[in-house]
Design a binder for this molecule. Sequence first.
Ligand code: NAD
Ligand code: UDP
Length: 319
Amino acid sequence: MRVLITGAAGFLGSHLCDRYLAEGHEVIGMDNFITGHPDNIAHLVERPDFRFVEQDVTKFIQVDGPVGGVLHFASPASPIDYLEKPIQTLKVGSLCTHNALGLAKAKGARFLLASTSEVYGDPKVHPQPESYWGHVNPVGPRGVYDEAKRFAEAMTMAYHRYHGVETRIVRIFNTYGPRMRPADGRVVSNFIVQALRGDPISIYGEGSQTRSFTYVDDLVEGIYRLFQSDRAEPTNVGNPGEFTIRELAAAVLDLTGSTSQLTHLPLPEDDPKVRQPDIAVARVVLGWQPRVPLLEGLQKTIPYFQQLVEREGAVARTL
Ligand code: NAD
Ligand code: UDP
């Protein structure tokens, strides 16, 4: 099958390109590098079964020839990125999703939307099942991302119901691993880079807020299975192991042997207090569950950041 992956030069998009190529598919990667990097796909560009197109997907998407799958991953994903690029984030969630769905409809392709646990906002139901409608502040600073993704889900379901497009929606929970940008600003990359450099570990607020962290290989497996399944409704893919941000900091300090001190910065507005996926649906429908626990995933991730710190003097980025 020939698949289009938007956001192909990003963290998750590049891992998906690898997976689809490894499964024998032909991949067209599309990206405008707004938060991605050519290094993430440098190992693919010479392959005959991979083609890269540099394009802003908020503009009309033209692809010649057959397309069997569209995996729509383009969007800034780190809070620090979408707070800096609020309009692009709203446009990519709305206009891009419309374009990508239009292409899927025209080509008779199956479509998969990269949605997010952010659709649950600061949740009042814990853990979060797919049936929970969420608790999102539409006009707060994070609303540009959360509402763009909620719109994208609504648009995807409309194309499914009214145009009969085969669609899939994955609600991704905090995922980490090699190829995250060191200055991405998300908590795992920040803490690892800070620890490796001996810089202070930036805890926002008290660090009692929780997140559930998924290693990238587990996520890619869940997405691959979801794409192949016949489930059109949104599906959580994430690791239910839940940790406070302070616990994460302690784990990173321990694994890196760093003597970095903790420093406290203000908690960002509308920062969700808890987050944990209910993955009963993924277990039953996809036969999927995460295999990589947090400590093992961090161990697989640290060497990637270590070489960037040593080679390029990479630094973290805080709000
Ligand atoms: P990322 O920033 O590394 O990758 C996003 C990619 O999309 C980048 O390469 C960027 O350049 C590209 N992009 C953005 N706007 C574009 C546009 N208009 N045209 C073309 N390309 C564009 O982020 P990521 O972590 O790889 O996230 C990928 C997707 O997964 C996003 O849709 C994100 O919302 C979703 N997601 C990620 C996580 C996570 O924990 N990583 C969690 C939930 C959802
Ligand atoms: N966070 C932190 N220090 C950082 C970056 C993030 O304490 O340097 C916190 C942030 O406030 C949030 C959690 O870590 O509570 C996860 O943040 P991230 O940016 O990774 O993603 P989010 O889950 O908020 O989208």
